[in-house]
Structures are given as C-alpha cells and as structure tokens.
Design a binder for this molecule. Sequence first.
Ligand code: ATP
Ligand code: MG
Length: 298
Amino acid sequence: MLARGLVKRYKEVLAVDHVDLEVRAGDVYGFLGPNGAGKTTTLRMALGLITPSEGTVELFGADPMRAGAAALHGVAGFVEAPRFYPYLSGRKNLELLAALDGDDARDRIDEVLDTVELAPRAKHRVGGYSHGMRQRLGIAAALLRRPRLLILDEPATGLDPAGMRDMRLLIRRLAQDGITVLLSSHQLPEVQELCDRVAIVNRGRIVYEGGLSDLRAQAGRGYGLRTDDDTRARQIASGLSDLEVGVDPHGALRVHGPEAAIGRLSVALGQAGVAILSLTPELATLEDLFFRLTEESA
Ligand SMILES: Nc1ncnc2c1ncn2[C@@H]1O[C@H](COP(=O)(O)OP(=O)(O)OP(=O)(O)O)[C@@H](O)[C@H]1O
Ligand SMILES: [Mg+2]
C-alpha cells in the first residue's frame, strides 16, 4: 500500500494533512497516534471507504478511487469496529458475507472460524458475543477474502490482557502465513513487539515513518549510571562535551551521548577516584519516542 500526499478535510477540520505511507509486502506495519490524530480516516481512505480530498492511494498498483472494487482485491479489514447482524449466528453472518465475496469463500468458513478460535461459538447469536469475540469474528470475515493486505484499526482496544495477548498471537500467525498487516494501535508494547515498521501521526501529519529499529537508534542511547559518589560523578559528567546528564524519577543518574563520550566519562570517573558500580545502556522504548514525537510537535 502506497499513500502519497493524502489529505482529508471535513469542513474546517483537517483530519489528514499530506500523509505519505509505504507498507511493503510482508510488513507488519504499525500506525500510531493520539486520539483524533487521523488514523481511522487514513485507513478508511486506504480501504476505499471514503474519497481523499487530495492525494492518492495505491493498493498493489491500483487506485481504489479510479479502479473501484477491483483495486480492493486482496485487501480486507475493518475500521473502528466490525459490524454484524446481532440476531444471527457468527456462522450465518459469515455465510452472508461469503455469498457476497463469492469464489470459494463459503468453503473457507470453518477454516477461518478455527483460525480465530470461534468454532465452538459459531452457532451462537453475535448479539451475545463479547467484545473480543466480535473483534475476532471481524478478522474471520476479513480472512474469507483471502487478503494479501489486512487492515486493522485498533483490533486489541478494549480487550482484556488475555484477549490482547491472543490478538497479538493471531496477528503474528497471520503475518507468518504471508499476510501483510497494517495495524493501528494504542498499545505501544504490542506494536514494539509485532511491528518492524511504523508511522506515527499527530494532528493529521506524519511525524515519523520508517523502521522501528531506526527510530529507536535515532533517539540515541541513554545509559543508567551508578557510582559510589553520584554527586561528584554528576559534576564530572557535566564538565564533558557531547554528554547530557540528568537524574531519573528514582534519583538515579542517566547520561546520554555517543559511545566515545561515555568512554571518556568512565576514564574521567576512574581518574577522579569515583567507582563505577554499573553503567547500563538503555534503548528508548517506543513509548518514550511516541511521547517525544507527539508532544514535541503539539
Ligand atoms: N466524518 C467526519 N466528519 C467530521 N469530522 C471527522 C469525521 N471523521 C473524522 N473526523 C475528524 O477527523 C479527525 C481525525 O479523526 P480520526 O477518527 O481519523 O482519528 P483517530 O486517529 O482514528 O483517533 P482515535 O485514536 O480516537 O480513534 C478528528 O478531529 C475527527 O473529529
Ligand atoms: Mg480511530
């Protein structure tokens, strides 16, 4: 999926402001941003559900706005929450969708119910399903279409911890089966675990797009430092160039800078007779970076 210069305006609201995204085959792509940032609106455009005010979307080379339904071949998913007839069973709902999807979708119902672990409840009315079961039925419905690209808008939001874990395992399994996944999420640890590439959107604009590891590397390395004389260590560290020194909320020293500067610090501490008890590299978590990128630009 390739989005170029996507814009969506609702009267005076600029919901999506020149968004570029590149989801490559095989990606588990994370789409992050605070409430109201424009994630769902972007995914709606990617699924061809609404027309962009400006810009283009390409799905496997075709534009859903120009090529229509044909461009959506191989693409499935849902935004916000999947919808079903509550008074019909899970299976019946899938049968109705399969009739629209055609091909062999109907023969795949048992298989997709198994994949999302709903087979034992398939005969029950959807109205009696829990939130997590409905999300899983939504994924089952998408899988009927044999998607190559699966677009999921916050599939794990509102699930309990076990439900979130199961959703994570399910997404990973689908990715291993070769399905490309574009996933919007507020669960940063989930994204950190599942995704290789991410986009972070804030107020309709992309503030980061690319590899998760590049993002974490770009944030630079911080180190936790424990010594037998932190006051003196702090004075020494603040006298060195290329090094930032601070204190974390627990009162422990944190230094930030390139490796060479950290090396100079350890030598200087030794020369001053300050013992290093530990010097531990800490990679920024996605959560740190998320707040930095979304609150900085606010
Ligand atoms: N149909 C619409 N009419 C008017 N404004 C809309 C419409 N859809 C979205 N918006 C506005 O566009 C902005 C982005 O909304 P969107 O739902 O895309 O955010 P989001 O990133 O999905 O947020 P959340 O994390 O809360 O789901 C919001 O200001 C929202 O009010
Ligand atoms: Mg949303």
